[in-house]
Design a protein around this ligand. Structure first.
Ligand code: FAD
Length: 272
């Protein structure tokens, strides 16, 4: 099925408009709109934006994507063509022959391999596929995810890692069921035995690349405790902290606060 939304009546009045094909309707594709004299045709592999309905504390960045998508879709110079995969449904050459310009915004369609031992062991999966699994990407629907164990390890300390951790640790019945996360992943997550999630990075707390909003949401998860290794956080000199730009400073202060709280909890538990 091809799902297309033609919103370009008034745009048709333009004389000889330049027609620009945009492949992909992620954040890059949605930001491509430029001159008012041009018409934009957005091609997308799936029929709808591929994100779960945001809920407070979940997939925070996707709220911005939904807003951008709605604004773009309402723009009369834009035609949205869903369920069309460039390269299999139509060729790039066909698009080039029919449009004045083509902009490729297809994102990270493949995993970046680290070429390290154990990478291909079963149940070692990329975040790209894991996110696809709970967001309804058809290719990832049947991904074999083992949630029978108690511990999951996430490599990387950016917002993707935080989102994956939140999905694994959020109460699936109470919270996730209010989002439009896929039914099959909700079913599996509701039976999950995961109790601990380790988020591992190659460097220290000053080098994490997640943002404060996402990290704060993680620290507020119901029935969940975020623990930061205090050893490294204690070593951040005040002078360095003061020299940071405001967003980084606020994030680092929160990290230090969480790490102090974690060590107090560890001490309390040791005394018990
Ligand atoms: C879980 C998660 C959390 C994240 N959190 C944050 C955050 O908090 N802040 C932040 O800044 N970034 C965040 N990111 C990163 C952000 O989502 C990406 O940087 C961004 O999506 C990249 O945008 P893009 O438009 O380049 O590609 P994408 O968003 O990947 O979009 C690619 C588009 O191309 C389409 N497409 C691909 N191949 C074809 C084809 N052959 N034919 C037609 N269409 C095709 C796809 O359907 C899709 O619409 C997060 C990512 C994930 C996965």
């Amino acid at each position: 099925m091809v799902c297309s939304k033609h919103l370009s009546q008034s745009a048709q009045c333009l004389q000889n408009p330049i027609r620009i094909a945009v492949v992909g309707s992620g954040p890059s594709g949605l930001r491509i709109l430029g001159s008012h004299k041009h018409l934009y045709i957005l091609f997308k592999r799936q029929g709808k934006p591929n994100h779960a309905k945001p809920q407070r504390g979940l997939v925070v960045c996707q709220l911005n994507v939904i807003n951008s998508f709605t604004t773009t879709a309402l723009n009369k110079r834009v035609t949205f063509m869903g369920n069309i995969s460039i390269g299999s449904d139509i060729s790039l050459q066909q698009i080039r022959d029919n449009y004045n310009a083509v902009v490729l915004c297809y994102g990270a369609a493949q995993d970046r391999k680290l070429n390290i031992e154990g990478e291909d062991v079963s149940h070692v999966i990329s975040a790209r596929r894991f996110v696809g699994w709970y967001n309804g990407v058809p290719d990832d629907r049947d991904l074999d995810i083992d949630l029978n164990c108690e511990t999951a390890v996430i490599i990387g300390q950016g917002n993707v890692a935080i989102d994956c951790a939140r999905i694994l640790l959020t109460d699936s019945q109470q919270i996730l069921s209010n989002t439009d996360i896929t039914k099959h992943s909700l079913e599996k997550l509701s039976k999950s035995n995961i109790k601990n999630v380790y988020i591992i990075g190659r460097r220290g707390p000053m080098q994490v690349s997640f943002t404060i909003k996402e990290f704060r949401e993680l620290t507020k998860l119901m029935n969940c405790k975020t623990i930061m290794s205090s050893e490294e956080c204690d070593q951040i000199p005040q002078t360095i902290l003061e020299s940071l730009e405001r967003p980084k400073k606020r994030l680092t202060e929160l990290i230090i606060k969480v790490s102090k709280e974690s060590s107090t909890d560890v001490e309390k538990n040791a005394k018990k």
